[in-house]
Write a protein that binds this ligand. Structure first.
Ligand SMILES: NC(=O)C1=CN([C@@H]2O[C@H](COP(=O)(O)OP(=O)(O)OC[C@H]3O[C@@H](n4cnc5c(N)ncnc54)[C@H](OP(=O)(O)O)[C@@H]3O)[C@@H](O)[C@H]2O)C=CC1
Ligand SMILES: N[C@@H](CC=O)C(=O)O
Length: 409
């Protein structure tokens, strides 16, 4: 019998229960064991659930799960940071395998939890933490044994991609599109993580650490979100026959790398430009294999639960590739030297438009002026993004009053 302790019965937890029910016979034949969800940790036992569940399995006391020696695998899909970290650590220390979809915890404690799992001869797997239903962690773990990975790039957040898609194609407002993506179960408990780019940054931190075999922290990744984008930006982007995506990019060149999360203006015909709604696309380039692209649902109940259960099968059939985290190559971060061409809109108050225009001309920033009315909108020459940030600071422009996006056209 394979006994599972499930931490969380929300969007993803319910998906796990439903798939396990639907595929029970097949999966039990495959792993040659009966599968049983022994206990489920929730916050509120009385809550009405999206799935029929034996109420006796629900508990608000995690000790009931941790101290149950018959439970072999803990699946953590509760979200949050401190509690799940504590529970995952305890589970591994007690000799239980752990699967999580929680990128916040994985991003913060990847090395420690991987080490702890190794010491206890257990698995710590987290396929669902990046790219929702897309298999990316396992293929990457397989490829790093043969390849030097030179680049990771992609759309890694379903919520922001859904919002941008709906703003571009259906003229929805940012708030309307965010609300729908929350109702569809894509957004984090605090959607700031999605729209400020933090969720993408966590995923890029996980992927780049595995790919570059060095610890790339969230702090090593520059991060800009989409929360100040407006209809004016969408109109301008469409006028360029382009679209906009929130991209995570990490590039390694010898011992130097840069890593960023930022909105990027792309041609509508580019492969990333065509990734719509909550879909994600992740690509990595290996020196032997070339570019590999992975595309699919980046969020949502069943795709995410599917990724969790792929880990479960790997644990029970012992088919996961040998994990090779971090060789301590001490890579140098070159973010400060990165340059690109940018689109920028500043909503000018108190008549500072002329001063800003003079500043961007005097400092060799501007390439083309697109508009100069109540907003000043322009594209830049190849510059570092910090230059634009410094200008915004100099003119005391509030973050909500300007928007920048890198031009990749
Ligand atoms: N939704 C998605 O598309 C994806 C989510 N993820 C990750 O999966 C995890 C779960 O996400 P999701 O299912 O959307 O989250 P939900 O908010 O829908 O569900 C969270 C569940 O955990 C329970 N829970 C939360 N905190 C506690 C606590 N302190 N003690 C006990 N139970 C608790 C809740 O209990 P109750 O029901 O009683 O409130 C709820 O059942 C997150 O880490 C998320 O980032 C990853 C990829 C995609
Ligand atoms: N909130 C996340 C969920 C999956 O990781 C997203 O929108 O991508």
């Amino acid at each position: 019998m394979l006994n599972i302790g499930l931490l969380g019965l929300g969007t993803v937890g319910v998906g796990i229960v439903q798939i396990l029910e639907e595929r029970k016979d097949y999966l039990e034949k495959l792993i040659k064991k009966e599968i049983n969800i022994s206990k489920i940790l929730v916050k509120d036992i009385e809550k009405i659930r999206d799935v029929e569940i034996n109420r006796g399995k629900l508990t608000t006391d995690v000790h009931e799960i941790m101290e149950d020696n018959s439970i072999d695998v803990i699946i953590e899909v509760m979200g949050g940071l401190d509690k799940p970290y504590e529970y995952i650590k305890e589970a591994l220390s007690r000799g239980k395998n752990v699967i999580t979809a929680n990128k916040a915890v994985v991003a913060k404690h990847l090395e420690e939890l991987t080490d702890l799992a190794r010491k206890n001869n257990k698995f710590f797997l987290y396929e669902a933490s990046v790219g929702g239903g897309i298999p990316i962690i396992k293929p990457l773990q397989e490829q790093i044994n043969i390849n030097e990975i030179q680049q990771i790039k992609g759309i890694l957040n379903g919520t922001s991609n859904y919002i941008l898609t709906k703003m571009v194609t259906d003229d929805l407002s940012f708030t309307e599109a965010l609300e729908i993506s929350q109702n569809l179960g894509y957004a984090e408990a605090d959607p700031t993580d999605d729209i400020e780019g933090y969720d993408t940054r966590r995923k890029l931190r996980i992927l780049s650490t595995i790919a570059f075999k060095d610890r790339i922290n969230e702090d090593n990744i520059s991060c800009y979100g989409i929360n100040s984008i407006s209809f004016k930006d969408i109109r301008n982007i469409k006028n360029m026959n382009c679209t906009i995506k929130l991209l995570g990019t990490a590039v390694l060149n010898h011992n130097r790398y840069y890593a960023s999360v930022e909105p990027v203006i792309l041609s509508q015909d580019s492969y990333l430009g065509k990734v719509d709604n909550a879909k994600n696309l992740v690509s990595f380039i290996g020196n032997m294999v070339g570019e590999l692209r992975f595309f699919g649902e980046g969020a949502g109940r069943f795709p995410t639960a599917n990724a969790v259960l792929s880990d479960l099968i790997d644990i029970t059939t012992n088919t996961y590739p040998k994990v090779n985290l971090g060789m301590n190559v001490n890579l140098d971060n070159m973010n400060g030297l990165y340059k690109g061409k940018y689109y920028m809109r500043i909503d000018t108050k108190e008549n500072i438009g002329d001063k800003i225009e003079k500043y961007i001309k005097d400092n060799g920033i501007i390439e083309n002026m697109l508009e100069k009315q109540e907003s000043i909108i322009f594209t830049t020459k190849s510059i570092s993004k910090e230059k634009l940030e410094r200008m915004a600071e100099l003119f005391k422009i509030d973050k909500k009053d300007y928007f920048t996006a890198r031009l990749e056209v």
